[in-house]
Design a protein around this ligand. Structure first.
Ligand SMILES: Cc1cc2nc3c(=O)[nH]c(=O)nc-3n(C[C@H](O)[C@H](O)[C@H](O)COP(=O)(O)OP(=O)(O)OC[C@H]3O[C@@H](n4cnc5c(N)ncnc54)[C@H](O)[C@@H]3O)c2cc1C
Length: 549
């Protein structure tokens, strides 16, 4: 390892894709400076993922980026698949309308905005942030772990230098060199199919403007199955699925790509400008561990999810949102190192579940095609109804629950029923959204969570409120307290809070900085409430209470 040694950093982030950029933002919001290195000088221009799920939009709402992304997004009715022979040909089927469902449980709906647009917005935020030392055009050539730090060799193409950091986040994508160098294996299906994405520009407004959708799935009856996904006005991605082969199939050249697009659109004369062609491997794999000492894997470096679910980028952004507050508390000495183990315990099962679920969606798409090819109307209706869950996916999106990790009293699998998702405030769940009124403003309960622990109590939860103040003082961490209901600053205009949260008027929940429920007491505080809450906080923070009885 040679070259100039630069200043040390609390956290080094390797990779400036959406997940690395998200990590820098999340850390900064917790007051943690970082160095981010991205080997490309520019952000990616191929619009790979094209949508944010509801939970991710809730995070982006907290980061103040929601409005900017929505301004570039497709309309909400675009959340559906349309099956047709070609765009110009007969429309065969649509998935059911889920617009209302997508907004029922959240202050933010999902958002169909392409990855290149999202990455630019994230990058602009990172570049403007003084807490982030963002270095584009700089690669991490090696990462070595010492006793108290990780030491990276950085290469800007002209010279190398070294950088020492307390922790590193490897957000260096699916081919992660950091993961390889740590000897962490991937588990699961390495090759489901090869997909080829043809990114193009062309005017198909007359065929599409009246029926925005996630994708047009063409050729279901002919057997030449090609999808045409809208990116935004005038920009499209046409995807061709190829069966797994021994080696990567050659990419079509520009002329072949344009011909494929014209065939899927059903217009021989269409003017097609091919902007890029990418061949990529669809797999369903999750790293065997997300942590090796001081290095954490996040995003595609930790999990390669099939795109039939749209969870790749979403799961990655949620990874770093989960990790940031833990790193912040450990770095400031408020939590023990063991809190960082909860990252793997919590996020790996989510990635495994998302990989399995996404692979299942591909099979479901196959069933729709079969029903269409067979002309079986009853079967088609049943399969399309099941595909409603691919599009809305509330249980996958909002219902995942951390069963092990930084939670006290967690039990059971995902929240809600598969078909009729219901929010729950059980430990490990994403804390439910309920509309409140605070100082005359309409806010969501979710707007109360971001940087600190928060105790949310019913109108008569004075016992828990006092106990939280005592416990917070003892452990030296911040716990914000909100009592909700009549006589308090935060009012519950629709009377939803107690039922949705499963609380008596004197009960309370303790919410983590990432908006997941850490612990719940459904009813009132006893005399030992402060002791109980201090024990809960100490467990969450992986600390021992000094002098506790
Ligand atoms: C062609 C294609 C189409 C896709 N389509 C879809 C889709 O339709 N739907 C969907 O949900 N998902 C899709 N995906 C997946 C989605 O794009 C990823 O899930 C998402 O980009 C993951 O973000 P990330 O930040 O983890 O990784 P990436 O976006 O891969 O970012 C990793 C970054 O790390 C940088 N890097 C790597 N090594 C180093 C190093 N040593 N030093 C410094 N920097 C480094 C890379 O340059 C890169 O910018 C697609 C992916 C591809 C490739």
């Amino acid at each position: 390892m040679g070259g100039r040694r630069t200043a040390t950093a609390p956290v080094l982030i390797v990779g400036g894709g959406p997940v690395g950029l998200g990590a820098a933002i999340a850390l900064s919001r917790h007051g943690v400076p970082s160095v981010l290195v991205e080997r490309r000088a520019e952000t990616g221009h191929h619009p790979k993922a094209r949508g944010f799920r509801i939970r991710t939009m809730e995070l982006l709402r907290g980061w103040g980026l929601e409005a900017e992304l929505r301004a570039r997004a497709q309309p909400q009715e675009a959340f559906r698949f349309i099956y047709c022979d070609t765009l110009a040909g007969e429309e065969l089927a649509r998935t059911p309308d889920v617009t209302e469902l997508l907004h029922r449980h959240s202050p933010s709906g999902p958002c169909r905005v392409p990855q290149d647009v999202a990455e630019s917005a994230l990058r602009a935020r990172v570049v403007a942030d003084e807490a982030v030392d963002a270095r584009f055009g700089v690669a991490c050539a090696a990462l070595e772990e010492g006793r108290d730090e990780v030491v990276a060799t950085l290469d800007d193409g002209r010279a190398t230098s070294t950088l020492a950091a307390r922790y590193a986040i490897a957000a260096d994508g699916v081919a992660s060199d950091v993961r390889r160098s740590l000897g962490i294996a991937m588990q699961g299906e390495p090759l489901i199919a090869y997909w080829q994405s043809i990114y193009w520009r062309g005017d198909v407004e007359a065929l599409t403007a009246h029926r925005p959708c996630i994708q047009f799935l063409t050729g279901a009856r002919s057997g030449r199955f090609v999808t045409v996904a809208s990116v935004d006005r005038g920009r499209w991605v046409t995807m061709v699925m190829l069966p797994p082969a021994g080696s990567r199939p050659p990419a079509p050249d520009e002329r072949e790509s344009a011909a494929l697009v014209r065939a899927a659109v059903g217009r021989e004369e269409l003017d097609v400008e091919v902007l890029d062609v990418a061949t990529w491997r669809v797999s369903a794999q999750v790293a065997e561990r997300f942590r090796a000492g001081r290095v954490f894997l996040a995003g595609d470096a930790a999990h390669a999810l099939p795109p039939t679910g749209g969870f790749g980028m979403n799961t990655g952004l949620q990874d770093v949102h989960n990790l940031a507050w833990k790193l912040a508390l450990v770095l400031e000495g408020a939590a023990g190192e063991a809190l960082l183990d909860s990252y793997d315990a919590e996020r790996r099962p989510v990635a495994v579940a998302n990989a399995r679920w996404s692979a299942g969606n591909a099979r479901l798409m196959g069933e729709v095609r079969e029903a269409l090819a067979a002309g079986d109307a009853d079967r088609l209706e049943r399969v399309l109804d099941r595909q409603r869950l691919h599009v809305a996916a509330l249980r996958q999106d909002l219902g995942f629950r951390y069963e092990r990790g930084a939670v006290v009293g967690a039990q059971g699998g995902p929240a809600g029923d598969e078909r009729e998702f219901a929010q729950e405030a059980a430990p490990g769940c994403r804390t439910p959204h309920v509309w409140l009124e605070l100082s005359g403003r309409r806010i969501s309960t979710l707007d109360l969570f971001d940087r600190r622990f928060v105790l949310l109590g019913g109108p008569a939860a004075g016992g828990w409120a006092a106990a939280a103040a005592d416990a917070a003082r003892e452990l030296g961490v911040e716990v914000a307290v909100h009592r909700i209901g009549a006589g308090h600053a935060a009012r519950d205009p629709n009377g939803d809070f107690l039922t949705t949260y499963g609380l008596e008027p004197d009960g309370a929940v303790l919410v983590r900085p990432d908006g997941h429920v850490a612990w719940r007491a459904a009813s009132g505080a006893e005399d030992d409430a402060a002791e109980r809450l201090a024990d809960v906080l100490a467990t969450l923070l992986a600390r021992r209470r000094s002098g506790a009885g």
